[in-house]
Design a binder for this molecule. Sequence first.
Ligand code: ATP
Length: 355
Amino acid sequence: MSEIAIEVRNAVKAFGQGGMAVRALDDVSVDIRKGEFFTLLGPSGCGKTTLLRLIAGFESPTSGQILLDGQDITHLPPNKRPVNTVFQSYALFPHLTVLQNVGFALQMLGKPKAEVAETARQMLALVKLDQMADRKTSQLSGGQQQRVALARALAPKPKVLLLDEPLSALDLKLRKEMQVELKRLQHETGITFIFVTHDQEEALTMSDRIGVMSAGKIQQIGAPREIYVRPVNRFVASFIGETNFLPVTVSGGHVTLKSGIRIAAGNTHRHHGDFTVTVRPEHVRIVPRDAEGAIPATIRDQVYFGTDTHYHLVLGDGTEIVARQQSRTATESGLMNGTTVGVQFAEGATRVLEQ
Ligand code: ATP
């Protein structure tokens, strides 16, 4: 049996005609594995929702294919797909009770009454709302309504659950709680979750793998750590976490800053010419100016964040970078603005980017 739940093959989705046409998806291919928590992450308008809608069957691709368990479902109507969606707006029925809402889809499928009630109760227990079965949904908080929407979507036991920014209407505290809750639900049910968000922290903390999207294309697919540590291009590096960019020249496996100082970078073998190196602020160390291999830098500014302090530094070639250091105690001598210091990059923390 295939390990792939959903396979998107060369999907193109164009809206509008001629000069006004928008390519919401521009040749997207991705394999989503069975039982994984897969997140589509990208800025507003990058095509995340469009891709989800193609998988759900609410839209047909202009070209390309969607496969589920190896079967071509490109032209199958939404109600014939073993796929369900949870939207940001919960779209619950206000005149029905919580239990009736959860059982609704099963009832529509013509399942016997007793079975509908039994499954709906199981689903409510799963989302920890079994005490609220007889309430009207209008009597619930936002977080509780979201749980009902989840229980309702899970009730027909879909093979794939699509979640379109389901937490964005919740306040921060509830959102954090629901993040944990969603992970637990996914783990307990073993259902493949495809989750859409524009929140990079949410993507990093929840996902087994992330597909980073921009301008209708998937830029990179990988586990959170892989995407954070080894971004393939400038877009991915800057969209996920904070980072520094340094203009460099790569030649014969050596990476040189504009000031002529050589730095180490892991992935130089395929590169030759002018490139950009990325290094995360937490991997930039401030050291004494005469330390071995230190790059001279001047402290221009510093911002205190409690645990961390961000130092804005200017290198000899005029490049500005940020170093994130653990804040010093009040009694320790601070680093003063205008001081010349040395900078080192943590081993293995510098990457040459494709673009
Ligand atoms: P958001 O996070 O804002 O929802 P998104 O990444 O989900 O954004 P999509 O909603 O998939 O992005 O939209 C991708 C592009 O396609 C956008 O430029 C959008 O304006 C366009 N688009 C989406 N749906 C339609 C439509 N029905 N008709 C015309 N253009 C559309």
